[in-house]
Design a binder for this molecule. Structure first.
Ligand SMILES: Cc1cc2nc3c(=O)[nH]c(=O)nc-3n(C[C@H](O)[C@H](O)[C@H](O)COP(=O)(O)O)c2cc1C
Length: 398
């Protein structure tokens, strides 16, 4: 029998197929956002407002996507954002992400709330796994997770700070979504009408938050618990405790970004959590150049929230990110077609980036700066040569 061809050429394809294949409760957990979900829509639509300036007749035959970030060389300018309970969309989701990270050479960030343990992911992804920390039941319990990550060989720790309280996600409330799963009559019907998903999930065992078993002081996972212990004092403690690279995720204010930098972290991760936390949050891509201005040209910045294709990756790099992370699209692809879908989606991102770079006349990732953006405010007599990078940045801001 011929191997089945993927039907995924874009995030939209992956989303459409995942919506069909996954129980509604699972699809909504992935796609849902805070409140009326206007913030999630703005995260995407804002990318459409940003235009790129094509350049012609450059020799772009030899193009490289290799990206240096925090002292490491990655084959691609993007990695996979931390997402809890990935194995809900496919029993092998975390393993597939780890396999891709290892074989292609990009980072995959394991969530505290993952359905794969810290130790297993380290084995699966080799040196490509990062660990994302949510402040847990106490400082001691949180540092116990950090200890496990260090013992397992992780070198990069991401502290998420934008979940002081888990927001009200209406889809999850209406669907009765909980972790671990509770089986309401509605969920039963939902699962029964998606037998392919239900049989494979049942065979593999319902996914559980695997990092909350066997950790000192943390025996259960409470999805709704406050994580507000991740405050400035805790960050200070963490910086002293963690010898590796430390990244703070969920920063959207220029003031917070400067303060975070002053505490000695290695990078700030600009993200609005895919608008899963606050409906009225500004689009993350709009915040990125403001934070770039605030922290200076050389301080490492990561970005996520709204990336849906390779062109978006290029836009984020041009607007000040040094590295980009992909969230929901990866889960849509895995939910739609499993590992094959993920491979196809990653290929679509990679080909997009190559084609866009060729259009822009650049051959390496570090050439993607503000001058590849179309300047919305340009006047006929302006000379681009006399304008500084900073003014171009401001002018091109969405
Ligand atoms: C299903 C799901 C689970 C997530 N879980 C976590 C998590 O455990 N920790 C975290 O820092 N961010 C988590 N996030 C947020 C992502 O890391 C990322 O910021 C977000 O998905 C970016 O938005 P986008 O997917 O719309 O691009 C989660 C996102 C989704 C969709």
């Amino acid at each position: 029998m011929l191997p089945q061809r993927s039907r995924i050429y874009s995030t939209d394809d992956a989303r459409r197929l995942a919506r069909r294949r996954l129980p509604r409760l699972v699809f909504d957990f992935v796609e849902g956002a805070a409140g009326r979900e206007t913030g999630a829509a703005r995260n995407l639509s804002q990318f459409d407002e940003i235009m790129l300036q094509p350049r012609v007749m450059a020799d772009v035959s030899d193009c490289s996507l290799t990206t240096e970030f925090l002292g490491q060389s990655h084959a691609l300018p993007f990695g996979i954002a931390p997402m809890g309970m990935c194995n809900l969309v496919h029993p092998n989701a975390d393993k597939s992400l780890a396999d891709a990270a290892r074989s292609i050479g990009f980072p995959v960030c394991l969530s505290s709330a993952a359905s794969t343990s810290i130790e297993d992911m380290a084995q699966l992804a080799g040196g490509h796994a990062w660990f994302q920390l949510y402040f847990g039941a106490s400082k001691e319990a949180s540092l116990a997770l950090v200890d496990r990550a260090r013992t397992a060989g992780y070198e990069t720790l991401v502290l998420t700070v934008d979940v002081p309280q888990v927001s009200r996600r209406l889809r999850d409330l209406r669907n009765g979504f909980s972790v671990p799963f509770g089986m309401s009559p509605r969920a039963f019907l939902d699962f029964a009408s998606h037998p392919r998903w239900s049989i494979s999930t049942l065979a593999a065992g319902a996914p559980r938050p695997m990092n909350f078993e066997g950790t000192k002081g943390v025996n259960t996972f409470d999805r709704g618990a406050s994580r507000s212990g991740a405050d400035w004092a805790f960050l200070d403690v963490l910086r002293k405790e963690w010898p590796g690279k430390l990244i703070v995720k969920g920063v959207t204010s220029a003031i917070d970004a400067r303060r975070t930098r002053s505490l000695g972290v290695d990078a700030v991760y600009v993200s609005n959590h895919g608008a899963r936390q606050l409906d009225s949050v500004p689009p993350a891509i709009r915040l990125l150049p403001l934070i770039r201005d605030a922290v200076g040209p050389d301080f490492p910045l990561l970005f996520d929230s709204g990336i849906r294709n390779g062109e978006d990756v290029v836009k984020a790099l041009a607007l000040g990110a040094d590295f980009v992370m992909i969230g929901r699209p990866a889960l849509f692809a895995l939910g739609a077609e499993g590992p094959r879908g993920l491979t196809s989606l990653l290929q679509s991102f990679t080909s997009d980036i190559r084609v866009v770079m060729a259009q822009l006349g650049v051959t390496s990732i570090n050439q993607l700066g503000p001058d590849v953006l179309f300047d919305n405010t340009a006047q006929p007599n302006d000379s681009p040569d006399t304008r500084t990078q900073a003014t171009m940045w401001l002018a091109a801001k969405p």
